[in-house]
Design a protein around this ligand. Structure first.
Ligand SMILES: Cc1ncc(COP(=O)(O)O)c(C=O)c1O
Length: 409
């Protein structure tokens, strides 16, 4: 299923550890999303990959941005995004951050509480706010329930407060949970949206848009036990199209839609060239032997999500030869730095030597944002961007890649 030839060519060309992004692959995902959901405005959730080259590229493709802080807003604007295409999608905001965002030209703010609405009315007078409805997060690998979002009745109170304080209450949003694997979660989200939309309409509060949030899945992950995670993507899109139709009907007026994909756009078009630190075979306290494969890159070098998924690994120097089970772990001396909490082994070549390259596929989402600044002295990975517009993955000269060393911020 992993067939990004440009990315594989970039990995093959890399002689040092780095994360590589294939802009053309990201562009193709963006284009296919626009085809699947015609007329829906795509705003990339920057937290999934706050890499300048990726943000600039998506801005050139006409994407807007879901930013979670003034820092992300500044990055989006610096990449050429018009302020009107950027919204402040984080329901958690200090007074100062609301003010900073407003000064940067942002006029659309996510909210989920009366307290936040009051602060927006004070520091971003006249802004537009949309309220995030809580979801259960069921069916997702990362549920995102609890910290953000409110009930339907609370959303109505939030809307009334916004209106009373001179804000424009413009919409509703949801997030079905990241790497959402089911259609049922989307159906449930549309049920809640329809209910609240109707309750607001009865109070004379009309929405101009619904924000469908993130949650669209990556296609190239393995679950924590190493089985392919195959999301029902076509059915998810069908469910979203049907849900939008329902909401348009319930609104009885023009209703725009926004979607905030993060993982879906970048996960499968970023990959890491790492190397083997050591393959060890140790007897443990229970008297049984266990193999551990320590890589140069782990949880603290961006693979934070390795406690819920296994990444597909390729060992280009060991395509043939004997494979066997080993727990995959990162290079730090922290015991949490292991795939699946050290419970589930992957199949690895038994002939690997320290220094052998390993490719960690579908690792383009959240990796740069979860990277520590030097846990145990391991520096952040530099990143490399394969530029778009070159469709020949076979004979690309390595010099066309741009390598940028991550700088502490
Ligand atoms: C408000 C918001 N929108 C979109 C996203 C992106 O989610 P995903 O990567 O699952 O598409 C997130 C992720 O946390 C989020 O918080």
């Amino acid at each position: 299923m992993f067939d990004d030839k440009r990315l594989l060519a970039a990995l093959a060309a890399a002689s040092e550890d780095q994360i590589v992004f294939d802009l053309q692959g990201i562009g193709e995902r963006h284009a296919s999303l626009k085809r699947e959901l015609p007329g829906v405005a795509v705003r990339f959730a920057m937290k999934a990959c706050p890499v300048d080259a990726v943000v600039e590229f998506l801005a050139r493709q006409g994407a807007g941005f879901d930013a979670a802080s003034p820092g992300e807003i500044a990055t989006a604007l610096g990449a050429g995004a018009p302020p009107g295409s950027v919204h402040y999608g984080n329901t958690v905001k200090s007074d100062q951050h609301i003010l900073d965002a407003f000064r940067l030209g942002v006029r659309d703010f996510a909210t989920d509480s009366v307290e936040d609405v009051r602060a927006i009315a004070t520091h971003a007078p006249g802004a537009r706010v949309f309220c995030r409805l809580a979801t259960t997060g069921n069916g997702a690998l990362w549920g995102l329930s609890g910290k953000s979002g409110c009930s339907g009745p609370e959303a109505v109170r939030v809307a009334e407060t916004a209106r009373a304080m001179g804000l424009r209450f413009s919409g509703l949003s949801v997030h079905v949970g990241s790497q959402q694997m089911t259609t049922e979660a989307w159906t449930g989200a549309f049920d809640s949206l329809a209910e609240v939309l109707i309750a607001l309409k009865q109070k004379g509060i009309l929405l101009d848009h619904v924000n469908l949030g993130g949650g669209l899945p990556a296609l190239g992950y393995l679950d924590e036990q190493g089985r392919p995670l195959i999301p029902p993507l076509d059915r998810i899109f069908e469910t979203i199209r049907a849900g939008m139709g329902r909401l348009r009907q319930a609104a009885g007026a023009r209703l725009a839609f926004v979607i905030e994909p993060g993982r879906y756009l970048v996960a499968d078009h970023g990959a890491i060239r790492a190397h083997v630190a050591r393959l060890s075979d140790r007897e443990l306290l229970d008297g049984r032997r266990r193999r551990w494969l320590y890589l140069s890159c782990g949880k603290f070098n961006g693979l934070y999500e390795m406690d819920r998924i296994q990444y597909r690994l390729e060992f280009p120097a060991h395509r043939d030869g004997e494979y066997g089970p080993a727990i995959v772990a990162g290079p730090s001396c922290d015991s949490d730095d292991a795939a699946g909490h050290g419970r589930y082994p992957a199949r690895v070549p038994l002939g690997v030597a320290s220094g052998d390259p390993v490719w960690i596929l579908s690792s383009g989402a959240y990796t740069t944002s979860y990277t520590t600044l030097g846990f145990n002295g391991f520096s952040p990975l530099p990143y490399t961007v394969a530029p778009a517009g070159d469709t020949d993955g076979r004979k690309r000269p390595t010099r066309v890649f741009t390598t940028v060393t991550a700088t502490p911020f």
